[in-house]
Structures are given as C-alpha cells and as structure tokens.
Design a binder for this molecule. Structure first.
Ligand code: NAP
Length: 293
C-alpha cells in the first residue's frame, strides 16, 4: 500500500471533543443545554444500532438526548403529530428522523414537516435550497464529514477536479454543492454516466457514494489522488459478514495518495457532524454568537 490512510475515527473523536467543550461553555455562560431528539419508526436492526450510537454520543458530549420510537405500523399522522410537538418544544434544538421510513410513509412530506432550524440532518427542502444557493445553513452530516476529511488531508481544495460518484439527495448532491463552495471543478457521475472509469480518473479528489461493494478499482484513480469512500456495504467473506466500501481498497490504495478505510473513515464523521449541527442549531435558536471549535 502506498496511500496515506485517512483516520476518520481519530478526526471524529477530535470533533466530538470540540463539541463537548462548546457544550460546556454554553452551559456555563448561557445555561443552554443543546438537545437532540431522534425518531425511529419500525425495528430495522441497522437503524436501531445507528440510533443507539447517536443517543450515546449525544449524552457523552454533555447534551440532552431523547429517543422516540414508533411501531412499524404507526400512521403517518402519528409521526407528523410527534414532529409538531418536537418543533414546538424549546428544549429540543435538533430533530432527526431516522431513514428509511416504512413504505407507507412519504419521507419528503415527513422531512419537510420539520422546523428547518431544527433539521440537523439538513434534508429539509429549505436547507437543501440554501446550500445550493451558497447560503449558510445546516449541512447534511455525511457530506460535511467528507469535506472535513478532504480538507484535513489536502489543505485548500480550490481549483481541484473533484469527481463525485452518486447523486443522491443525502450524499452525492450535497457533497457536490460543498465542493463547489470550496471552488473545486465538480463532476457528478451516476448510473447513466458513460465511461465512468475515465471520468473518475480525472479526479484529484474522488468521493464515492454509490452503494455498490468495491466498484471503484485502482485503475479508475489518478495516481496520487485523494479517495473518500462513503460506501457501507455488508458482504460475505469466508463465511463471515464484513463491511466494505464502494472502492476496492486494496487496488485503490496502491494508486491513491490518500484513502479512507471502511470502516473507520467517513462513517464515524457522520455522528460527530450531527452533534456539531445540533450545537450550532441551539446557538442560532438562542440568537448567540459563535460556532463549534
Ligand atoms: P443511493 O441513494 O442508493 O444513491 C446511489 C447513487 O449511486 C445514485 O445516484 C446512483 O445513480 C449511483 N449509482 C448506482 N449504481 C451506479 C453505477 N453502477 N455506476 C455509477 N453510479 C451508480 O445511495 P446513498 O444513500 O447516496 O448511499 C451511497 C452509499 O453510501 C451506500 O453504501 C450507503 O450505505 C453509504 N452511506 C454511508 C453513510 C455514512 O455515514 N458513512 C451515510 C449515508 C450513506 P442513479 O441516480 O443514476 O440511480
């Protein structure tokens, strides 16, 4: 392996420590305890793990954390009623509705029912619009984590060719907007892109958010490029379930200048950025100055 390993776990720990320091200052100086409410509908095992991790890390940062669980059969109106209550609750500064929702619910309608100032996932159409107009807003957590890791590795991103593989509303599109904000020249590739390996090879920075195990190979990468792998795919290896990314780590690490591992790369950044968003939402809702860090 020649690529430098980008340690998302260590970076996320530093970010959570900064969040905890800001929380302590807000308590001391303003008697403000930022609070995050997470709503889980149904019993999806992966979602349950994510929600538990969010709860634990929110408490560890000194913040308030509430979990609201609804059964898989809950009506959309029940969820909308709960969101209305949380929107009106002054102790709640951030609300996260764990996705995916059961099929009988309209995820866009549910997300757009959130108070945009409490939408710490940054998925509300108002926050997505602000991001694409270059306005300050609550930024989706995984894309924010990708940019923090890329900047920590490469320094200033200005003028770089960035290739984003994937165009979902959750990762691909917002990460592309953030890269534009960093003055990169951005290409967004997707399932209909022609000659994807060639497109990918133009990237000084490649961000893969595809959901296909080990799709991006070493010969898709420009020598020395930085590779940020968002993918989390469960595959079987030697009779065991293991997690792999959207990039074939072995071959990409031979060519790239730096690469995120899976797990331990982008994954841990997502919750750290969620905590940071919750603190920033609390600061804004109180009309205070300052940000995390
Ligand atoms: P998604 O909504 O399924 O979007 C996947 C995107 O990849 C789509 O835009 C799709 O193109 C594109 N794509 C699919 N097959 C392709 C192919 N063969 N060639 C080129 N593009 C292709 O997925 P997502 O929610 O963005 O998530 C992507 C991955 O990131 C998943 O593995 C997910 O588990 C992971 N993830 C990780 C975190 C984290 O915290 N680390 C957070 C979120 C997601 P079309 O638009 O043309 O269909």
């Amino acid at each position: 392996m020649t690529a430098k390993l980008i340690d998302g776990k260590a970076f996320a720990k530093k970010l959570r420590d900064q969040v905890a320091q800001t929380v302590a200052r807000l308590k001391r100086e303003h008697r403000l305890v930022p609070g995050l409410a997470v709503v889980l509908v149904g019993e999806d095992p992966a979602s349950q793990v994510y929600v538990r991790n969010k709860h634990n890390q929110t408490l560890e940062a000194g913040m308030n954390s509430w979990e609201h669980r609804l059964p898989p059969s809950a009506a959309e109106e029940d969820l909308l009623r709960l969101i209305k209550q949380l929107n009106e609750d002054e102790a709640v500064h951030g609300i996260l509705v764990q996705l995916p929702l059961p099929k009988h619910m309209d995820a866009s309608k549910v997300i757009n029912a959130l108070d945009p100032s409490k939408d710490v996932d940054g998925f509300h159409v108002i926050n997505a619009g602000r991001l694409s107009s270059g306005q300050k807003t609550l930024v989706p957590c995984t894309p924010a984590g990708c940019i923090l890791l890329a900047k920590d590795t490469l320094g200033c991103l200005e003028g770089m060719n960035a290739v984003v593989i994937g165009r979902s509303n959750i990762v691909g599109k917002p990460v592309a907007q953030l890269l534009l904000g960093e003055n990169c020249t951005v290409t967004i590739a997707h399932s209909k892109t022609r000659d994807l390996p060639d497109v990918s090879r133009r990237g000084d920075l490649v961000i893969a958010a595809v959901g296909r195990a080990e799709m991006v190979k070493g010969d898709w990468i420009k020598p020395g490029a930085c590779v940020i792998d968002v993918g989390i795919n469960r595959v079987e290896r030697g009779g065991k379930a293991v997690l792999v990314g959207d990039c074939d780590f072995q071959s990409c690490a031979q060519v790239a200048g730096a690469i995120t591992p899976v797990p331990g790369g982008v994954g841990p950044m997502t919750i750290a950025c969620l905590l940071r968003n919750t603190v920033e939402a609390a600061i804004l809702q109180r009309g205070l100055e300052g940000a995390v860090g």
